[in-house]
Write a protein that binds this ligand. Structure first.
Ligand code: ZN
Length: 294
């Protein structure tokens, strides 16, 4: 099925749930960045996590997940925002998109190894006011665990986070995830029922590859708990880069550097690190930027 997020609650509102299918989102991210297999699993899990958390954003809020690890992939960033019309937009990039390592002992992508040890920073920015930011050490580098550690330690919300990417040599087969958060008032019976359901639940991507939709994922994670579905949201890869933003970034290089760039070649090419869109500026365009600085 096409990409979708579905929000719900269980056990009379004491468990908050969101499930998502992000196969197309991860495919597009993989293609734009030519991500190697392990890198696509790492970036795919992170952008899926951003999209799932993005389901609760309103207005012009934006959520950014940044992983700084010492593994071969380097820094990873994903962000999500409410694009309006019931759609959550997301984008991501990796410092070293070609980073790849052998499968781990369980035959899975070794995301922990490609990410390494480090930290996860989560920033929520609002239309007005200061952004909020929290940082936690990476729990395992597997990304789902790390997002769960952030929610538990920085937000004081005990959570279960599952994010996954299933791929074979020909490409991404399925991607998606779910987040279950315990709200105040969740009793031991609810926690026990949730843990029992999660323990016997097949991996999310196995369920998606077998045809499960987001409601089926929510039913599986809720187990014996009564489920209350709120609604569906679309998911789309998007980037809000513009020529103007590229020019602002170039202005930051300063007058001397701009003059050097303009003198080196007739055209200057800038590529957006998130969507790989190319912006070409002639030496006249760069000259006009220098004039703005003068
Ligand atoms: Zn862009």
């Amino acid at each position: 099925m096409s990409d979708q997020l579905t929000t719900a609650s269980a056990a009379r509102g004491t468990v908050s749930l969101v499930a998502g299918i992000t196969t197309e989102l991860v495919r597009e991210t993989q293609a734009r960045h030519a991500l190697a297999p392990t890198a696509s699993a790492a970036v795919g899990r992170l952008i899926t996590g951003a999209a799932l958390l993005g389901a609760s954003l309103t207005g012009r809020e934006r959520l950014t997940l940044q992983i700084s690890g010492d593994g071969p992939i380097g820094a990873l960033t994903a962000d999500a925002w409410n694009a309006g019309q019931g759609v959550v937009a997301a984008r991501a990039h990796a410092r070293h998109p070609h980073a790849d390592v052998p499968l781990n002992a369980r035959g899975k992508f070794d995301v922990a190894r490609v990410v390494g040890a480090g930290q996860l920073q989560v920033t929520k920015s609002y239309e007005i006011g200061q952004p909020y930011s929290g940082i936690v050490p990476l729990e395992s580098g597997e990304i789902g665990d790390d997002i769960a550690a952030y929610l538990a330690n920085s937000q004081q919300i005990p959570s279960i986070v599952a994010v996954g990417v299933l791929a074979n040599p020909s490409g991404i087969i399925a991607a998606g995830g779910l987040i279950a958060q315990l709200m105040p008032g969740a009793d031991d019976g609810t926690i026990g029922a949730l843990e029992a359901a999660v323990a016997k639940m097949p991996p999310v991507t196995t369920q998606i590859a077998a045809g499960a939709d987001t409601r089926a994922l929510l039913t599986a994670v809720a187990g014996a708990l009564e489920l209350n579905i709120f609604g569906d949201l679309g998911v789309a890869f998007d980037c809000q880069c513009t020529r103007e933003k590229v020019e602002t970034a170039l202005l930051g290089l300063g007058r001397d550097e701009l003059l050097k760039i303009a003198g080196e070649a007739p055209d200057t090419e800038a590529t957006c690190e998130f969507c790989k869109r190319r912006y070409v500026l002639s030496s006249n365009d760069v000259g006009a930027l220098v004039a703005r600085l003068d």
